[in-house]
Design a protein around this ligand. Structure first.
Ligand SMILES: *Cc1c(COP(=O)(O)O)cnc(C)c1O
Length: 420
């Protein structure tokens, strides 16, 4: 996009365009490294599809119980290959990332077991799932599951002293959240997760390590499951759905664990063998196929936002030089009004519902009011351009997605003009 295009079609001021161009010039090296990661992940996915002998009949679907649904089995085979695990559950009737995480945790724990988060307080909706907040029926604590939490040191390193002290036989599951979530820390990189998994497995190989992989898929050339995490869990309307999967969640991991979780998803004795795909297997696989480029363009967009808002003097997380392991760029506005205006700018730049004006709102599962800008083809999809924020100090926006870099650049231009 040249100066002309943004100006001609959107009347963006030359001052704003210059700022964007300066930022892009700074980011060229980073963009080429992102392209290398994209290439590897794209090839990995194509190879998994070929090795699974994916063919057109896998896009047909069944009715009723969905016995022998060829597409469902193929989707799960391909996901297991891509994430390098023994087995996978990938279903359109897993309604969200939170649902996938709840199924996982409730499927692998029993009364008296302890779940320990070692990356600090987990994502907001999980507090309700676990029962740390609220009193929702069937939360894990109400089923006799215990919960412990260890903070990261300086918001970025695992606290191995505390972890080693706490790691006794009562700890059934260790939970690691790869991405920032709504916190003010950086994503945990694969190399940090790898070291952590090794150390925990050395102390107690039976501890189940589950990684909340939401927003982290395809940021690097490996996934936590490549290095011994027992389970990785995420949402299909984030990275791995590539903006094309209509809905769904995935859980990839050890066969015996996936089997237990599948018996929780459907019913004991039934497990993975049933469940309609409602014609979604093509969308899910085409989305996976598109995911590495959707992710790459989204991170380029995140870097562009980071660069221009840093230049304006706002604190950004992660910093431009930080190694990235999720697609989120957080920008700390320190002001409720600016935060809201930023989110409204993102909405205005979106392809769908561009005329809507987002406002802070109470959302189920979240404890603060939340503002969400999402003018997406898939409702709530956050691999598409989106920004959201809980309305609380320090008034940070969490910007992510975009699918195409041009979309991100347009949104950066429009928000800059809203804020300046
Ligand atoms: C989005 C997200 C979730 C929850 O996913 P939903 O699909 O919104 O329910 C959980 N953990 C993290 C880190 C996330 O980013």
């Amino acid at each position: 996009m040249t100066e002309n295009n943004l100006c001609k079609l959107y009347g963006i001021k030359s001052k704003t365009i210059l700022m964007l161009e300066r930022a892009e010039a700074l980011l060229l090296d980073k963009f080429s490294r992102i392209d290398e990661t994209k290439e590897f992940n794209q090839l990995k996915i194509i190879k998994a599809m070929q090795a699974s002998h994916l063919n057109y009949t896998h896009f047909y679907w069944n009715t009723g119980y969905g016995y022998n649904d060829p597409g469902r089995e193929k989707v799960e085979e391909i996901y297991a290959k891509v994430f390098n695990t023994e087995s996978a559950l990938v279903r359109p009737n897993i309604v969200s990332g939170t649902h996938a995480l709840y199924l996982t945790l409730s499927g692998i724990t029993r009364h008296g077991d302890t779940i320990m988060s070692i990356s600090g307080t987990p994502y907001d909706t999980l507090l309700t799932v676990i029962g740390v907040e609220g009193n929702s029926p069937n939360n894990l604590i109400s089923h006799g599951i215990r919960y412990k939490e260890i903070d990261l040191i300086e918001n970025e390193r695992f606290d191995y002293d505390q972890i080693e002290k706490s790691l006794d036989a009562s700890i059934k599951v260790i939970m690691i959240q790869r991405s920032t979530g709504y916190s003010s820390r950086k994503a945990l990189t694969i190399s940090k997760i790898r070291e952590c998994v090794n150390r925990i497995k050395k102390i107690n190989p039976d501890t189940i390590i589950m990684v909340d992989n939401c927003y982290g898929e395809f940021l690097e050339t490996s996934e936590p499951s490549d290095y011994g995490a027992d389970l990785v869990v995420g949402s299909l309307i984030k990275n791995p759905g590539g903006g094309i999967a209509l809905t769904g969640g995935y859980i990839c991991g050890k066969e015996n664990l996936i089997d237990r979780i599948a018996n929780r998803l459907t019913a004991p004795g039934i497990g993975k063998e049933v469940g309609l795909t409602f014609g979604q297997t093509r969308n899910i696989l085409q989305g996976l196929y598109m995911a590495p480029s959707a992710v790459a363009d989204s991170i380029k967009g995140a870097l562009l936002f980071g660069a221009v808002y840093k230049e304006l003097g706002y604190k950004i997380i992660p910093e431009l030089e930080d190694e990235r392991s999720d697609i989120i760029q957080s920008i700390v506005f320190g002001s409720k009004e600016k935060l809201i205006r930023f989110c409204q700018g993102i909405q205005k730049a979106s392809p769908v519902d561009s005329m809507a004006l987002p406002e802070p709102w109470a959302m189920p599962g979240y404890s603060n009011e939340v503002i969400m800008a999402s003018g997406a083809f898939i409702q709530g999809s956050s691999i598409e351009i989106s920004a959201d924020a809980p309305i609380r100090e320090p008034y940070a926006a969490f910007y992510q997605g975009g699918i195409t870099y041009t979309q991100c650049k347009l949104a950066a231009a429009i928000t800059l003009e809203e804020i300046m």
